[in-house]
Design a protein around this ligand. Sequence first.
Ligand code: ADP
Length: 216
Amino acid sequence: MKKQFAIIGLGAFGTAVALELMRLGHDVLGVDFREEEANRIADSLTQTVIADATDEEALRELDLQRFDAVLVAIGEHIEASTLCTLLVKSLGAKEVWVKAITSIHHRIVQKLGADRILHPEYEMGLRVAQSMAHPNMLDYISLGDNFFLIEIRPGDLLEDHPLAELPYDREQIHLVALKHGQQLTLHPDPTHRLHRNDHLVLVGDEEALRRFAETL
Ligand code: ADP
């Protein structure tokens, strides 16, 4: 279903979110007070407005209640970001997501009722550290409470091993799927022998997954 989103602040982060939402087939309104930023991607978004997002009247005209979610992606300017969050909330936006850059910024927008608070640099930093520490781990999703879903490349060491004999803790880790090229096999046959390019999709406890990753 096509959804309606508003992205306030078209810096690197806001622009990336806006363009990806468009690619996913949704409508996106982009807002920035710098004409240059707004014009740069005007042709790629459903609508762009040049406005100061700390100006209540300007925001009111955007009729923010009609959007499924509004993202406040004003980076370095904490004061503008918090004021904008306050206004967007009080103008009745249904769901407000905010990019925060410091812990105090996070706490303020939390108090103001932000529904989701993002720390893109910090979150990306964690992902990069994981990839650097475990180059075989291709992707992961945190499920909370120390549980993760990971995609891992077992590497040469385990080539030709049957899945049933892979050296991981079966009480703490479950094999969900096997990925080979574009193909995903759910609950693969335990007698299947690993090919060089197979990827394992595992779910389980972080510590147990790390121990397995370190044996590869
Ligand atoms: P990023 O890390 O995403 O690049 P920036 O701080 O560089 O973050 O970008 C934030 C964007 O928000 C900039 O394009 C800036 O012009 C815009 N911006 C900042 N303050 C306001 C405001 N009061 N109203 C509208 N846009 C704003």
